[in-house]
Design a protein around this ligand. Sequence first.
Ligand code: ZN
Length: 164
Amino acid sequence: MKVKIPRNVKITTHPFTKFFKDFENVDAVKQIFGEKTKEVLSNLQVEFAGFRGYMGVSDIDGHMIISAYYLNNGDLTDIYLDIIHELVHVKQFMEGKELFDDRYSYVGRPTEIEAYRHAVEEARRLGFDDARICQYLKTEWMSERELKKLVKALNVEYVPPDKR
Ligand SMILES: [Zn+2]
């Protein structure tokens, strides 16, 4: 090959707390990390990426990856709840749990159910009813059957949502 390809590139990440403020004071976040909340958040790195989608946690080093498009255009409350969800995955990664366990479907994966539980609990605290929660949980890549399964696992009543 007469081309040059770099083989030692680094992923560009930023300190989470440089962009996301006061999460250490949120009860829902303290419920995830307990006494370690401040410490975990101050060590957490975030990557803003140019993919279509929402957000996730790297199963290589546990940093948070957020779609810049979603962050710039998504519903602000949905983004807030997604961050709660992803922080649960950060904790699971720190505990050595397998985040993408292929033995389970997405909506049946225990790590996902745990993350959604925290997000839904916070959604209820914010005053979301079951219809709004179903709206929040619906994504374009989730079938109605899968959404119903997820909703049931979270003790939410299924209300057919509009497309997100
Ligand atoms: Zn998740």
